[in-house]
Design a protein around this ligand. Structure first.
Ligand SMILES: NC(=O)c1ccc[n+]([C@@H]2O[C@H](COP(=O)([O-])OP(=O)(O)OC[C@H]3O[C@@H](n4cnc5c(N)ncnc54)[C@H](O)[C@@H]3O)[C@@H](O)[C@H]2O)c1
Length: 361
């Protein structure tokens, strides 16, 4: 089988995880990589024997000819890099969140459609084996009519280091960093109904709780890892903490279903990582994976076991590669990416305006 050629843009943390997935297969070849930090890109290329290294997506597209581009930059660069790749006729795998605002999301959709390329948003939780099994239960009608979802990704304290807490680069805080993972997962499990509105609140009360010594190190680039979170985005010289601590809200969908979410990097309450979906025949929780039914007043609770995980990053990349080879539309395609962007932007808008808002996309 002819190898598919991939080019990587943004050679930071998550790019290492993606490379780990590419290296597990022999039908893909990493032909080039690029980063605005050229030394970082060179070190990355040396580590993985990547033949060509560039300083920008434009140089990469002029100097190498991939079948698809894997966009692993910080969110502020997702749209510009993905649009450049699509305009060069390349398929695009793009890290979450899709971009920074609805205007960019719509421009990206236009570029993807105009150029007839495939786009997949990297939302790895939906590609987990248990999540896929759970969605099959929904598709097979085991839950009946699915009308409710509830999901949480709540850290008591856990701000990632680097640009993650600076709106200019990240676009927001926990909503777009970790909330998106669980909102997407629950939405996927509900069958991706069309979102029509959101009512949400966001809290900016706790702020940057990290101690002064660490803040000083973070401001000078001497340290990028927060005391309580091992995930560190790159140092950015004009760093400023200006994002929310936590948020909660409620989406309505065209089919009458609703989804409640909670997310936080700083919250005075217990940590929570839970997703629950309910229909009129049955419901399930994913963590732990249990099916809930009732026979009249008799309640039944069945644990679903024996599902082995094979790697969420491997699975999401495997899905995209199969889509490219067969010309099929990815699960988290550009239409879903735009709807997810509308849901995320809608949370911020609703929180700012203090009312339920209609989602437009
Ligand atoms: N799927 C997941 O579980 C998961 C986990 C963490 C991060 N992420 C997402 O992955 C993305 C990257 O996060 P990270 O932790 O790897 O950050 P990182 O800071 O380690 O890496 C980002 C890299 O992008 C580079 N970059 C920025 N703009 C660029 C541009 N225009 N062209 C080329 N390179 C550019 C930066 O120099 C940096 O090296 C973010 O969108 C983040 O939300 C996903």
């Amino acid at each position: 089988m002819e190898k598919l050629k991939v080019a990587l843009v943004g050679t930071g943390n998550i790019c290492h995880a993606h490379v780990g997935a590419y290296l597990r297969r022999d039908d893909v070849e990493i032909i080039s990589c690029a980063d605005i930090n050229l030394d970082k890109a060179k070190a990355f290329a040396a580590k993985y024997n990547i033949p060509k290294v560039f300083n920008s997506v434009e140089e990469l597209l002029a100097g190498s000819d991939p079948d698809f581009v894997d966009v692993c930059t910080w969110p502020a660069a997702h749209a510009v890099v993905s649009i450049a790749a699509a305009n060069a006729g390349k398929h695009v795998l793009c890290e979450k969140p899709t971009c920074h605002n609805m205007e960019d999301a719509l421009k990206l959709r236009e570029a993807v459609k105009k150029n007839g390329v495939l786009f997949q948003l990297a939302v790895p939780l939906r590609y987990g084996n248990a999540a896929q099994h759970a969605r099959k239960l929904v598709d097979d009608g085991v839950l009946g009519d699915v009308f409710y979802g509830k999901t949480a990704y709540v850290r008591q304290r856990g701000i990632p280091g680097g640009w993650f807490s600076c709106t200019k680069y990240a676009g927001g805080g926990p909503i777009i960093d970790i909330g998106v993972h669980r909102i997407d997962l629950a939405w996927f499990l509900m069958g991706c109904p069309k979102p029509i509105s959101v009512s949400a609140t966001a809290s900016y009360r706790i702020g940057d709780y990290r101690d002064d010594e660490l803040k000083e190190q973070l401001a000078n680039g001497g340290a990028t890892v927060s005391a309580d979170n091992a995930w560190a985005g790159s140092f950015v010289p004009d760093y400023k903490f200006d994002v929310e601590d936590s948020a909660c809200g409620f989406f309505r969908f065209e089919n009458g279903a609703s989804l409640f979410f909670e997310t936080s990097w700083s919250f005075n309450g217990p940590e929570s990582f839970a997703t629950q979906i309910a229909g009129d025949k049955a419901g399930f929780t994913l963590e732990p994976f249990k099916l809930y039914t009732a026979d009249g007043a008799e309640l039944k609770e069945e644990e679903i076991t024996g599902i082995e995980e094979t790697g969420i990053f491997y699975n999401e990349i495997d899905h995209f590669i199969n889509c490219i080879r067969t010309g099929t539309t990815p699960s988290s395609d550009i239409e879903q990416a735009v709807q997810m962007e509308a849901m995320l932007c809608g949370i911020y808008e609703s929180a700012k305006l203090g009312k339920e808002i209609e989602l437009k996309y």
